[in-house]
Design a protein around this ligand. Sequence first.
Ligand SMILES: [Zn+2]
Ligand SMILES: [Zn+2]
Length: 334
Amino acid sequence: MPAPARKREVGRGERTLPGVWRLRLPLPWPGIPHCNAWAVAAGDGVVLFDTGLHEAGSMAHLERALDMVGLELAHVRLVACTHAHIDHCGQAPAIVERAGCELWMHPAHGHLTRSLDDPEAALARRIEIARSAGVPEEPLRRWAQERSGGDSGVAGELRPDRDLVDGTTIDTDLGAWEVVETPGHAPSHVCFWQPERRLLISGDHLLGRVSLYYDFGYTPDPAGEFLRSLDRVEALGARLCLSGHGRTFTDVAGHIAANRETVGARVAALEQLLRSDGPMTAFEALPRLYDGELTPMSTSWWLGETLCYLRHLEVGGRVESDGASPARWSATSG
Ligand SMILES: [Zn+2]
Ligand SMILES: [Zn+2]
């Protein structure tokens, strides 16, 4: 049965606060219909936090969203990205070229830029990770075929002019925004914190609903890094969160607690499963841990998450792998 035609969204802009505009930009992904870029007044222009993904027509969506709030690309004085995922930085090369401004990002953007430099090698690496996690050969081959040669979602070469690290500040009319490094979702993730107004631009670190994703294979323990980043952001005491997808929200502490509880519950369920029914591969664990159909997209998402929880448990000495390919995991006696 053919999928029902989705009504494509268009870019929309709206004022969130005096001097802060939400630019809601469409995404071509099922289940994730749009992302947010945030424009913040800065002198005679704006700082643009995040950019949306690049594809045919995407710049027109951004320009439409800007136009709805009386802005244009020429007003952008700086592009600062929360992290190197294509929905947050994909249009950056085109915007900085059009606006003649700088691009600032966290230096650990290699998880994206290395794959842009050599997409076939990056795909081969993902296939190898999936194979050693126990994904059978045939669906893996089909998935690889679908991925090969697709659009990158990025408008050109990502060449940041400055590193966004702890201590970096960005001046705006609302005051200076401090960079808070928040790895976990991605190694390059930062949040932007405006302490006088207690505003947080949170990217994908905190969203209106709990939606966990980690880049697997670039850092020792992405889930552990994410939990430590939650602690860091909790200590800030934000009163309003401007997130990378969806609406703004005020109960920031409640959202942090919900993320922490969900991670804790999933890690505990995985350990319990390996303790009762292990050893098993990560792929074999998926239908036991998640409700829902194993499609190529859900498998890829859940497998990455499960591999990160296995790493987290392994770092804590709670599980171990037999080191084979595919690797089978079991709980330790500890
Ligand atoms: Zn992301
Ligand atoms: Zn995102």
